[in-house]
Structure formats: structure tokens, C-alpha cells
Design a protein around this ligand. Structure first.
Ligand SMILES: *Cc1c(COP(=O)(O)O)cnc(C)c1O
Length: 414
């Protein structure tokens, strides 16, 4: 970082402080991770200098001798990793990837059916504040009030009555596996396309510890930076028959030139993910989720659905007499970083909902196992039980930072 340091000491200083924060805190935000040094290096290369609108062999500018090979490698590795027929690695991030899918298959005003935002769906699945809810007739399904689980019969009924052109499965806050075959059957029965957004759990699919949506979906979208532990970016995986429509929608439909430095980092991440080491990582992510769930449960916390099958937990704090927001703020002061989150049928306002969301992808990357997750659960309990005790929060923050020193995260030398 010598060049940044001499050119811009302000940004240099801020990056260093963020590095320190990422080392000293227990990061439980379910969408975050630590990428490897190799992925980081790829994102910081001269590949950012090159424009390459188009696709390998069909570009609009010359000089693509190397870039074409990089993009082809990323595509081949993604296809092998997920068993997909066609892959587009150019979407800038998860949201534009979803927009590209809509552009490929829908017209403004068409009906889409996705999981409601306050029930764990993503903004881009038809939320009213999102372009997906403004340009399309967005219908949504909710979770079962008693179990917190996806209610497939209710989705089927809704689909048969609103007749969507596309059904969307996938989530940002659902702690259980999804029955992809059920979604396929529902889509088929009402003649809809099925898009599955695996942004959150793609790393678990790659690691073989989560069912794969690939055999069931017409189109799968995913970010590459969550549990998959790659650079910030996204891709679209689909059946061969839809490949051309998807490619046209991404470019020239929605985007200009691809971010080649990101494409290279994706290729590196996919290589890393195709390994025994990554499969062990994915297994540990799920184990750690279970251990954290058990620890919280034994301390009287209510978990939506009672536990987790994946990397994330949704905790209902109602019985603890604290809102999600003050709990998240107190936890952050104690060195444990989470986000406040709505729970299904949340009686409270979205700005201070009833829950917090916890994820195990990042801490597992720094080597946390079952023993460590038990400790994390005990700390969370201590904070939530006495959230206004400033000296307690400061003590825990110090203990957390000490504790974290034994678990240096990938990609950072502080
Ligand atoms: C994170 C997420 C996205 C969006 O990704 P961005 O890269 O933040 O645009 C899309 N869908 C789901 C389900 C997500 O969890």
C-alpha cells in the first residue's frame, strides 16, 4: 500500500482502520466474508484498465487477447463448480444480475411473484421501493405465521390466482433449505419461469452442503461475495436455451463494459471453491450455525424456525424485551457486528424491528469452530441481557479483540 500511502494519506489511514476493525471484531453480518489474499490481489490488478464490451470472440474493442482467456476461465470454472450449462460472469453485482434476468424475460407490467421483503426476500424480488416493484406487477408470498417456514401450498394458491410470468425463489434471511422441486412444480403448474437467487447460500451449494437449485431453475442468479467468498460481483447461470437472451440482457441491455479485474478475481475464487479445503469450510459454516443456534437457544433466545440449516440465524428478541436496533448497537459496541432485521409478521417498525440476523460465513473463514461459536453465543447473551451497561460492553469489546488475535483473517496482515 506504499503508493496509496504517499498519494492519499487520508484514504490510506481509513483503509488501515477498516482492516483493524475487520480483525478486532466478530463479524456476524450474514452477507459478509473475508476473501483470500489471492482474490484481493486479482481485484487490485491492471485488468481494471481494459474495456471489453461484448463477449469472448465478439468484442467491440481490440486488444482482448488476454481478457477473453480470463473471462472464459471464469465461465468454465463456474460451470464446472455448479454444473451449469451456461454462465454469464459480467453482472456488476447481485441487484443488476436480477435486473438483467427480468430484462431478458419480462416486459414492464408483467407479474412476478417473490418472497416478501419483511419475510426474508430481497429488494430486487419485487419490493415496492425497488425498480422491480415499480416496473412490474409485483406479488409476494409470506412465511407461515406459526412455523416461520415457507408455505408451499400458499405459494401455489397465490401463483394459480395471480398467474405470474416469473416465480422467484431465494432469500436474504431464511435459515432453512428451500424445496426447489416444489418451486419447480408450482412454476410449471402456472406456466411461469422459475428464477432462483442463491446469493446467500451459493458457497454452501459449491461446498456440497446445501441442495443445488441448478437442476430445478430456468435461471439462477448469485452474488459472488457472500458465502462463496469471491470478489464483489455476480453471475447468472442458466440452461443453454436461455443463454443468448441472458447474455444480450446483460450487455448491451443493462450494462456496458465488464469489470475485468473482478472477473479474474471470480476465476480465482471459483478455483479456490473447487477444493477439499473449501468443502470443509462450507461444512464448518453450517456446523457453526448449528452450534450458535444451540448456544442461543439454551440461553432462552427464540430463533425463527427454531434453528438453522445454513449459514444464517434469525433471532426474535421479543422475549428479551429489546428491539433489534438497540441490540445491534450494543453488540457493535461490544465488538460483535450484526444487523437488525425484521422477523416474519413483525409487529414493530422496519427501522427498529424485533430481530437480529446472524451469519457464520465470515467467522468460519478466520477459523472459528464449535468452541468459538459457543463463546460468541455467550457474549451475545451477556450483551443482550444488559445492553446499557457501558463498562460491560467495553470489557467484552476488549476481550473480543484479544480473542480475535488468535484467528487472523485471510487476506489481512495487521
Ligand atoms: C445480497 C443479495 C442480492 C444483491 O446483491 P448486491 O450485490 O448487494 O446488489 C440479491 N439477492 C439476494 C437474495 C441477496 O441476498
Amino acid at each position: 500500500m506504499e503508493a496509496i500511502k504517499s498519494t492519499d494519506s487520508e484514504i490510506f489511514g481509513l483503509i488501515r482502520r477498516e482492516e483493524q476493525r475487520q480483525c478486532d471484531k466478530i463479524r456476524l453480518i450474514a452477507s459478509e466474508n473475508y476473501v483470500s489474499a489471492a482474490v484481493l490481489q486479482a481485484t487490485g490488478t491492471i485488468l481494471t484498465n481494459k474495456y471489453s464490451e461484448g463477449y469472448a470472440g465478439k468484442r467491440y474493442y481490440e486488444g482482448q487477447q488476454i481478457i477473453d482467456q480470463i473471462e472464459c476461465l471464469a465461465i468454465e470454472r463456474a460451470r464446472a463448480l455448479f454444473g451449469a450449462e451456461h454462465v454469464n460472469v459480467q453482472p456488476y453485482s447481485g441487484s443488476p444480475a436480477n435486473m438483467a434476468v427480468y430484462l431478458a424475460f419480462l416486459n414492464p407490467g408483467d407479474t412476478i411473484l417473490g418472497m416478501a421483503l419483511p419475510h426474508g426476500g430481497h429488494l430486487t424480488h419485487g419490493a415496492k421501493v425497488s425498480i422491480s416493484g415499480k416496473y412490474f406487477q409485483a406479488e409476494s408470498y409470506e412465511l407461515n405465521r406459526e412455523t416461520g417456514l415457507i408455505d408451499y401450498d400458499a405459494i401455489r394458491e397465490k401463483a394459480l390466482s395471480c398467474r405470474p410470468k416469473m416465480v422467484i425463489a431465494g432469500h436474504s434471511a431464511y435459515p432453512r433449505h428451500i424445496d426447489f422441486a416444489r418451486f419447480r412444480a408450482i412454476a410449471d403448474e402456472c406456466g411461469a419461469l422459475l428464477m432462483i437467487d442463491m446469493a446467500h447460500f451459493a458457497g454452501l451449494v459449491a461446498g456440497g452442503v446445501h441442495p443445488s437449485p441448478i437442476p430445478f431453475a430456468d435461471v439462477v442468479t448469485t452474488t459472488t461475495h457472500k458465502s462463496l467468498r469471491g470478489p464483489r460481483g455476480a453471475m447468472i447461470l442458466c440452461k443453454e436455451q436461455f443463454g443468448e437472451a441472458i447474455d444480450k440482457a446483460v450487455f448491451p441491455g443493462l450494462q456496458g463494459g465488464p469489470h475485468n479485474h473482478t472477473t479474474a478475481a471470480m476465476a480465482v475464487a471459483f478455483k479456490e471453491a473447487d477444493s477439499e479445503e473449501f468443502r470443509n469450510y462450507a461444512r464448518q459454516v453450517v456446523e457453526n450455525g448449528r452450534t450458535l443456534a444451540e448456544t442461543l437457544h439454551s440461553n432462552g433466545f427464540d430463533l425463527i424456525t427454531g434453528g438453522t440449516d445454513n449459514h444464517l440465524l434469525l433471532v426474535d428478541l421479543t422475549s428479551k424485551n429489546i428491539g433489534g436496533k438497540p441490540a445491534a448497537k450494543a453488540l457493535d459496541q461490544a465488538g460483535i457486528v450484526v444487523n437488525y432485521n425484521a422477523i416474519p409478521f413483525d409487529p414493530r417498525k422496519p427501522g427498529n424491528p424485533s430481530g437480529i440476523r446472524l451469519g457464520t460465513a465470515a467467522v468460519t473463514s478466520r477459523g472459528f469452530g464449535e468452541r468459538e461459536m459457543t463463546q460468541v453465543g455467550e457474549w451475545i447473551n451477556a450483551v443482550v441481557s444488559d445492553p446499557e451497561n457501558q463498562s460491560l460492553l467495553a470489557d467484552i469489546a476488549e476481550n473480543v479483540a484479544d480473542y480475535c488475535r488468535d484467528y487472523p483473517p485471510p487476506g489481512i496482515n495487521v
